[in-house]
Design a protein around this ligand. Structure first.
Ligand SMILES: *[C@@H]1O[C@H](CO)[C@@H](O)[C@H](O)[C@H]1NC(C)=O
Ligand SMILES: *[C@@H]1O[C@H](CO)[C@@H](O)[C@H](O)[C@H]1NC(C)=O
Length: 793
C-alpha cells in the first residue's frame, strides 16, 4: 500500500491476486482486523466507563459535569461502540470457522453504511475536546478522572493500562481515517470471482466518498481547494531534524508532502508500543520561502563547545565498550538506556548549520539546525523542485491536520531516531579506524570557477563535515591533490560536496562566509568493509550532476593506525629513538620538535582547531622528508606552509617514534597511577613516574607541555581546550608499541570496535590531561632538583 491517504485513486486501484495464496492471506488480513477491532472496542469501553456515573451525579446536588457537558463530550460514543460491537460479534465466528468460501463482505458493507455516525462524531470532535479541557480546568475531580481512564488489555481482561480522555477521544478519528486502508488490504487478497468482491468494492466506494466528503465540507473554510479529488497527497521526504525554538534545541520529525511541509514531534511513549505524532506547525508549499527579512531577524545559533561534544563522545564510547563486556548480564538495560540518553544528547547538540524557512503568508520563520550540508542541500532542492509543481494554496482545518499527523506513523520512511541503540543487531556496524582520502581533481565544469570540496562521513549515526580542500581558483579543471586523514567511528558512507567560493564582501557578515558559497555538486559512495579492508590505495570517481571528482582512499583499522614501526633509515629522525636523535644533535629536545613548536608559537596560536584540523598530507610528507634528510631549507619550507601541516608533522613525529615518549616500560605504571583516588598519593606517584622517564623524553615532554598549556590559554580564539589537546595527543604520546602486531585472521571480516580500545585510549587521554591540568609542574628550564623537591614534600 502506497502513501495513499484520504484521496484514494479509484481508477488506479490494482487488484493483484494469486488465488490460493490470496485466500490464505484473506484469513490473516481478517485476523488482523479482528485484533484491531478488539483494541478499538476496549478503548471505546474505557471512554464510556465514566459516562454512566457522571450522568448519575449530574442529577444530584453535587454534579461533576452538567448533562449538556456530558452529552457534548461523549457525543455519539455509545453509538460507535454499538456499531463496532455488532461488527466484531458477527465477524469473530466467521473467522473462527474459516474456509476459503467464507463470506464477510456483507459485514463490511453494513459497517460502511453506518459511517454517518462518524460524521456526527467528527463534526462535534473539536467542541468535545474543547469542552473536556475547560471542564478539567474548572473541576479537579473531572481532571483526575480524565487523566486516569483504564483500558483493559484485550489479551488479559484483568490487566489494565491508564490513559487520558483526550487520547481516547482521538481513537475514532484515527479509526475512520484507516477504514479504507483495511478495505484495500482485504480487496487485494479477494479474487474478483469471489462473491465478497463486489460487496467489498461497494464498501470501499462508500468509505471513500465519506472521507472525501469530509474534505469537501470543509472547503468553504479554505482559501482554495488543495488537491483535486482523485489525486494523492504523497510523502516526498521525511527525517529527524533539530529545530531551534526560542534558543532551545528540539528534536522533530519533518515530513514534506506534495503540497505542504509538516513539522511534528514524536510523543513520549507512555505505554510502550503506541507511538504518536503531535503536529507542531506546517507551511503550505506555496507560502514557503528560504528568503526572509534576515536583517530584521538575524539568527543566533547557540554554539556548543567542542569540549562538551567530546565529553559526550567519550561517554558514548565508554558505554559501548561496557555494553560489549556486559553482554547477557542484567545491567545491560541500564547501560543501553544511558547510551541512548548520551547519543540523543549528541544528536541534539552537534548540528550547527542553519536551515531557515519562512511563511510568506503570516511572516513566521522557523529554523532547523543540520550537521550535514549535503542533507541541507537535499532538503532545499526537493522543496524548490516541488514548489515549481505546486501552484495551489493548501490550508488544513485542525481536523485535517490531526488526520494527516496521525497518518505520519504509517507513512514515515525514517522509523528510528538515528542512534546506535535503535539499530538492529544484524545491521552493519560500519568501519572504525582511519580513512585517508586524496581529493585529486574535478572535470566536467562548464565555466571557470573558484572551487573547493568538503568531505562528510557518518559517525554515531549521522553525518558531519570532516575536511575541506583549499580553493582552486579560476579553472574548469581544479587539481587539488590534497590528502586528508578522517577518523571513522561506525561509518558507512563518504559524501563529497563541491562548492563555488563566494568572494562577495556584501554577504560576508555570516560566519566565515560559508553560508554564501554555492553548492555545485554533491555525491556519495558507500564505505564497504569488503572492498576497503586490507587493501592499499583505491581509486574511485564520484559523479555529481555533470561534474566528476576523482578520489583515492585507503582504510586503516584502529588496530593498525597507531602502530609504531622503527625506521630502516638510521640517519633520519622519524621512527628513530629519541635518545639517538638528541645524542646525534647534541640537543636536549630534538630539532624537529623545537622548529615545529617555534613556528606554531609564531603563527598558529590563534588558528581555530590547531592540532585537531588535519593538515594537507602531501605537505606533511614533504616536511617529513626534509627533516629526515636534514634539508637546510626546512625553515623556509615551513614558513610557507599552512600551519596545520606543521602541527600535523609534529604529531606524526611523536606518533612514529619507535617507542612512545612515555615509554613502553612505564605505560602500565602511568595508566595505573591515574586511577588512584587519593589526590596527594596520585600527584606524588604521577610526578615520580614522570621523573623516571629518560632525560630526553622528560625534557621534550615538559617542553611540549608548556607549549600546549599556552595553546589552551587561547581557547576562546582557537577552540582548543586542555581536554581537546589531551584527546589529540594522549594516544600519540602514550600508546605503546605492539610487540607482535595483531594481524586479523580474516581480513574481510569487519573489525568492530575492540572492547579494550576505547578504555585504553581514555586512560591515555586521562594521563596527559592530568599533567596538563597540574599547576605545580615545573617549566622545562627548571632544574631536575626542583622537581624532585616538589614531589618529596
Ligand atoms: C554581491 O551580493 C549582493 C547582495 O546579494 C548583490 O546585490 C551583488 O550583485 C553581489 N555582487 C557580485 C559581484 O556578485
Ligand atoms: C612500575 O611498575 C612495575 C610493576 O609494578 C614496578 O616493578 C616498577 O618499579 C614500577 N616503576 C616505577 C618507576 O614506579
Amino acid at each position: 500500500s502506497g502513501p495513499t491517504l484520504f484521496f484514494v485513486d479509484w481508477e488506479g486501484l490494482v487488484l493483484r491476486c494469486d488465488l490460493e495464496k490470496g485466500l490464505e492471506m484473506r484469513k490473516w488480513v481478517l485476523s488482523g482486523i479482528l485484533a484491531t477491532e478488539e483494541t478499538y472496542l476496549s478503548h471505546l469501553e474505557a471512554l464510556l466507563l465514566p459516562m454512566k456515573p457522571l450522568k448519575a451525579a449530574a442529577t444530584t446536588s453535587q454534579p461533576v459535569l452538567t448533562v449538556a457537558q456530558i452529552e457534548t463530550i461523549f457525543f455519539k460514543v455509545p453509538e460507535l461502540y454499538e456499531i463496532h460491537k455488532d461488527f466484531y460479534d458477527a465477524l469473530l465466528p466467521r473467522v473462527q470457522q474459516w474456509s476459503h468460501h467464507q463470506r464477510v463482505g456483507d459485514l463490511f458493507q453494513k459497517l460502511a453504511g453506518q459511517l454517518g455516525v462518524y460524521r456526527a462524531f467528527l463534526d462535534n470532535y473539536e467542541l468535545a475536546v474543547e469542552t473536556a479541557e475547560k471542564c478539567c480546568q474548572a473541576n479537579a475531580q473531572f481532571a483526575e478522572i480524565s487523566e486516569n481512564l483504564k483500558v483493559r488489555s484485550p489479551k488479559d481482561c484483568k490487566e489494565t493500562a491508564k490513559t487520558s480522555l483526550e487520547a481516547l477521544l482521538y481513537k475514532p478519528v484515527d479509526r475512520v481515517t484507516r477504514s479504507t486502508l483495511v478495505l484495500h488490504d482485504l480487496l487485494k487478497h479477494t479474487p474478483t470471482s469471489h462473491p465478497d468482491h463486489p460487496l467489498l468494492l461497494d464498501a470501499l466506494r462508500i468509505s471513500q466518498n465519506f472521507l472525501s466528503s469530509i474534505n469537501e465540507e470543509t472547503t468553504p473554510r479554505r482559501q482554495s481547494m488543495t488537491v483535486k479529488k482523485g489525486e494523492n497527497r504523497q510523502l516526498l521526504k521525511d527525517s529527524f531534524m533539530v529545530e531551534l525554538v526560542e534558543g532551545a534545541r528540539k528534536l522533530r520529525h519533518v515530513f514534506l508532502f506534495t503540497d505542504l511541509l509538516l513539522c511534528a514531534k514524536l510523543k513520549k511513549q507512555i505505554g510502550g508500543k503506541n507511538q504518536q505524532y503531535d503536529s507542531k506547525w506546517y507551511i503550505p508549499l506555496t507560502e514557503l520561502t528560504f528568503q526572509g527579512p534576515e536583517e530584521a531577524d538575524p539568527l543566533t545559533v547557540p554554539q556548543v563547545p567542542d569540549e562538551e561534544l567530546d565529553a559526550i563522545k567519550v561517554k558514548i564510547s565508554h558505554l559501548r565498550s561496557e555494553i560489549q563486556k556486559e553482554k547477557g548480564s542484567k545491567v545491560i538495560d541500564r547501560l543501553r538506556k544511558k547510551l541512548c540518553e548520551q547519543e540523543s544528547l549528541l544528536l541534539l547538540m552537534s548540528p550547527s548549520m542553519p536551515l531557515r524557512l519562512y511563511n510568506k503568508n503570516n511572516g513566521k520563520s522557523y529554523s532547523f539546525l543540520i550537521s550535514s550540508d549535503y542533507e541541507r542541500a537535499e532538503w532545499r532542492e526537493i522543496i524548490i523542485e516541488q514548489h515549481k509543481k505546486c501552484l495551489k494554496a493548501t490550508s488544513l482545518t485542525s481536523m485535517e491536520l490531526q488526520m494527516l499527523t496521525s497518518s505520519c506513523l504509517k507513512l514515515q520512511t525514517v522509523h528510528h531516531i538515528p542512534l546506535s541503540t535503535n539499530k538492529d543487531e544484524d545491521e552493519s556496524s560500519g568501519l572504525y579506524g582511519f580513512l585517508n582520502v586524496i581529493v585529486h581533481s574535478a572535470s566536467g565544469l562548464k565555466q571557470s570557477l573558484n572551487l573547493y570540496c568538503t568531505l562528510e562521513v557518518d559517525s554515531f549515526g549521522f553525518f558531519s563535515n570532516k575536511a575541506k580542500t583549499r580553493v582552486y581558483r579560476y579553472t574548469t579543471e581544479p587539481k587539488w591533490n590534497e590528502e586528508f586523514e578522517i577518523e571513522l567511528e561506525g561509518s558507512q558512507t563518504l559524501r563529497l560536496l563541491c562548492y563555488e567560493k563566494s568572494y562577495n564582501k556584501t554577504k560576508q557578515n555570516k560566519e566565515d562566509g560559508d553560508g554564501t558559497d554555492r553548492i555545485m555538486g554533491k555525491g556519495q559512495i558507500p564505505l564497504e568493509p569488503q572492498s576497503l579492508q586490507g587493501k592499499d590505495w583505491q581509486r574511485t570517481v564520484i559523479p555529481m550532476n555533470g561534474i566528476e571528482v576523482k578520489l583515492s582512499m585507503k582504510f586503516t583499522s584502529r588496530e593498525f593506525s597507531l602502530k609504531r614501526t622503527p625506521t630502516r633509515k638510521p640517519m633520519g629522525v622519524f621512527g628513530v629513538k629519541i635518545s639517538s636523535v638528541t645524542k646525534r644533535e647534541r640537543s636536549k629536545v630534538p630539532y624537529i620538535v623545537r622548529q615545529c613548536l617555534e613556528e606554531i608559537e609564531r603563527r598558529g596560536m590563534e588558528e581555530v582547531g590547531i592540532y585537531r584540523v588535519s593538515g594537507v598530507a602531501t605537505d606533511i610528507q614533504a616536511l617529513k622528508t626534509a627533516f629526515d634528510t636534514n634539508n637546510k631549507d626546512v625553515s623556509v619550507m615551513m614558513s610557507e606552509m599552512d600551519v596545520n601541516a606543521i602541527a600535523g608533522t609534529l604529531k606524526l613525529y611523536f606518533r612514529e617514534l619507535p617507542e612512545p615518549l612515555f615509554t613502553d616500560e612505564l605505560y602500565p605504571n602511568f595508566t595505573g597511577g591515574i586511577t588512584l583516588s587519593d589526590s596527594v598519593a596520585k600527584e606524588s606517584c604521577m610526578l615520580n613516574l614522570l621523573l623516571s622517564l629518560p632525560e630526553p623524553n622528560l625534557v621534550t615532554f615538559l617542553f611540549l607541555l608548556d607549549h600546549l598549556k599556552r595553546v589552551a590559554e587561547k581557547e576562546s580564539v582557537n577552540k582548543m581546550s586542555l581536554h581537546n589537546l589531551a584527546t589529540v595527543f594522549g594516544p600519540t604520546l602514550l600508546r605503546p608499541a605492539e610487540k607482535d602486531s595483531k594481524i586479523p585472521t580474516n581480513p574481510t571480516q569487519p573489525i568492530s570496535m575492540g572492547d579494550s580500545w576505547s578504555q585504553e585510549v581514555m586512560a591515555q587521554v586521562q594521563v596527559l590531561l592530568y599533567f596538563l591540568q597540574l599547576e605545580t609542574i615545573p617549566t622545562p628550564d627548571s632544574k631536575r632538583q626542583s622537581i624532585l623537591f616538589s614531589t618529596e614534600v
